[in-house]
Design a protein. Structure first.
Ligand code: PNS
Length: 163
């Protein structure tokens, strides 16, 4: 039984995340997508943990072997507590590599956990949660970049629904 954990901030989940997650769900028997705390984004989250989980639950409803979870603590601790799986992370461009390499080595050093990278499709290479939030905050069209659950939540948050 091959299990993967796909951790991230998911603030909110984008089509790039969904692409990586969907492809992971075809490789692994089960995938847990886990909303975690990123210290570099401290105080910068738009959505609460509960809101991000709700959005993810809706967005992943069509993926039967994917489950949604949340955890605040070290990723290696989560991996040890739950299951002996591998970590999945997505790579969009070379610019992601240095950061991801550092985290992967750190997690292997801390908890002997393997990280597997899935290259996001090039059509999503420019899509990030932070860019999507910026566009949405100026009432730009983010419909092609995020799943409907994220789009609705962003519109609500930036009060676009009345327009
Ligand atoms: O989507 P992100 O913000 O790039 O995800 C980063 C995340 C949440 C996976 C990373 O910050 C993380 O693993 N946080 C949990 C705390 C931890 O284990 N930190 C050490 C590795 S950076």
């Amino acid at each position: 039984m091959k299990h993967a954990v796909y951790p991230g901030s998911f603030d909110p989940v984008t089509n790039g995340h969904m692409d990586v997650l969907t492809r992971a769900s075809k490789i692994f028997d089960t995938v847990t997508v886990t909303v975690m705390h990123n210290a570099r984004k401290q105080g910068k989250h738009l959505f609460s943990l509960e809101e991000r989980l709700d959005i993810l639950r809706e967005a992943t409803g069509g993926l039967p072997n994917v489950r949604v979870d949340g955890f605040s603590g070290l990723l290696v601790e989560y991996m040890q507590r739950n299951q002996n799986g591998v970590i999945v992370r997505g790579l969009r461009a070379v610019s992601d590599y240095e950061y991801e390499l550092q985290i992967a080595h750190l997690n292997r050093q801390l908890g002997d956990v393997e990280t597997v990278f899935i290259m996001a499709a090039t059509r999503w290479s420019f899509v990030s949660s932070s860019m999507v939030k910026e566009v949405a905050s100026y009432q730009g069209d983010i419909g092609k970049m995020v799943p409907p659950a994220s789009e609705r939540a962003l519109k609500r948050r930036y009060s676009l629904e009345a327009l």
